[in-house]
Design a protein around this ligand. Sequence first.
Ligand code: HDD
Length: 718
Amino acid sequence: MTDERITDDVTIPGVPAPEAPPVAEPTEPRGPLAPKPDQRGPEPHTPTGAASADAPEAHAQQGAFLTTAQGTRLPTTDHSLTAGPRGPVLLQDHHLREKIMHFDHERIPERAVHARGAAAHGYFEASGAAEGITKAAFLRAGERTPVFVRFSTVLGSRGSADTARDTRGFATKFYTSEGVYDLVGNNIPVFFIQDAIKFPDIIHAGKPHPDREIPQAQSAHDTFWDFVSLHTEAQHHTIWNMSDRALPRSYRMMQGFGVHTFRLENTAGETSLVKFHWRPKLGTHGLTWEEAQLLGGKDPDFHRRDLADAIESGAFPQWDLAVQVMPDDPTEMYEGIDLLDPTKFVPEELVPLQVIGTMTLDANPTNYFAETEQVAFHPGHLVPGIDVTNDSLLQGRLFSYLDTQLTRLGGPNFAQLPINRPHTDVNDMLRDGMHQTAVHGGVAPYRPNSLDGGCPFHAGAADGAFIEVPAVVAESTKQRGKAASFDDHFTQVRLFYRSLTPIEQQHVADAYAFELGKCYEQAVKERQLQALANIDAQLCAAVAGALGLPAPDAEIQVAELEPSPALRMVGQEWPVDGRVVGIVADDATDAAALAAVRETLDAASIVPLVIAPHGGMLGAIPVQRTPATAASVELDAVIVLAASEDRRVRQLLDEAYRHGKAIGIADGAKTMRDAVGATPDDPGIVGGDAAALADGILAALPAHRAWDRLAAVEAAEK
Ligand code: HDD
């Protein structure tokens, strides 16, 4: 047989084939590239329980030659087997059928919620401060535990935009020596509903309308507001969603909360009620609503790109893990707050945070599907020393997270997927089932047995067994309904709103006005205005005014609490690592000045992006963006070294000005300042030589924005 039937060149009948260009492709078989150090996955689990990076499953592909799934080498993968050069395709083409069959089944169902996410590997280091409240081994002083963290949006599909106004998931898998512990939290400390039985309902209301499947990844529609105005327990979570917390600047600049109260137990058997908090070292920062909307089009991958880029460049994001510790008494209340009600939080001023360790994310996933998509979290993945409480939202979750994986991951063996495997011995007596990959030895997967040497044995407390805290369950009557302490749906909502700074309050009012302005149903808008009247009369008046509707009076008395400054995102200064600063320059820009600005920013761990009229180089300095590819929304600040007549560059500067970003304008580029209506006295506007510009930007960035300018611009634009 010759290879006459196979041609790699497309030719036109009757026209001689052109001379083949020199071949640039590799011609010699090569082995697979060695994985880079940052491409490490969780260590594969060997039969002995020891981790080995050399195990075959560490590298999914081996050998230099293309093969079938059965390992048979292939001569080509570009041509089906046909009867003659122009004839029909033969059914016997085993390679074609295998390839297409596999492709046809590449997709799995996306998560019912939190479908869009991005993840990273890292480690958690315990300070030991938690030893007094929990016996969990991974929280002992000096313990270092591998982690995998997945951040997500809740409502959107897998392909939706990162910057939608939404709650963010913050799920952490700790591969501890005592088994996997999952802390499956959000970036908002309260939840929409008090009971898991309503979860399908709130999600049905938030997801796109079932007839036209719009809007995607948004709460600005009738069914969402219908639900939250009818189930007023949802008002608390909703006002957090209307705040800038629902528009994070970055996953790296986002808090995380365990939401529920957990019961911790120490080695002496003493228990306490605990709330978990992740505190980002870079502070908590938001986008403006306009930035978020622009990014939805310009860079829908903004958050996942930011996370991956930061880790790849070595700017490893870090969070402190902190706890609020409340006494475990039979009331399960603290200062009037029902600790079993997930629509309530405990203000930090009431119970201060105590840091118990630090998490660092230092490696990007090697393969999105294998890791980020297939990771399966579950609030019931617990380790000794951390137990659940009777929070009925949490109790329902304990069912849902296992159950959902049966559809999503196709069977009960998802714990064997590399990303989900514990980094410790597994001896579980679970057998068979779809996608079983283990070859279990022995004949007696039951106990006690006399045929496999009695193994596995029961563990006692001394062997690190997970033994439920013997919390007393009061003898009671079966019922459907909640305690009276769950009835207050407004006090903490008012507390949240009244704790914010004026500009944060303004953004909340603007968000309600936008979202309700997208609703069609008058009754829904009016019902939500009634809820706002109960929260704050001024907030209600502002939103009602924007909607052109009368502001109702409050219909209930809501208690006034001392504001909680910890709820504010504005007013502090934070490290600026990994921030992005655009530098507008051109061929006439002084090369030394440009180099000096870049170096100063680089030394402060800031990413400088040179924006020039053309790609390539400005002298010795590479250009990263042109007017066609630059966008204000990917920048935290701008330095203008060269005036530009380009409409797109001026628009970039105009947006940066309007969004309150720090702007440095060189003396020679003052026309740009005038073009966007800025004055030298505006907050966050810096002038001077190159050194002064870079220093000025470094001084302005820790506050995140020039808040006074932003407030003035937003007020003027109304
Ligand atoms: Fe949930 C996924 C967080 C209530 C049912 N949830 C999911 C994820 C996060 C949360 C971060 C994504 C995990 C990942 O990245 O794979 N969920 C929460 C928080 C809640 C909460 C903080 C309240 C405090 N969830 C909740 C309830 C139910 C669910 C009450 C059902 C009764 N959640 C699910 C789910 C998901 C999920 C359907 C979808 C995919 C998955 O679990 O693995 O089972």
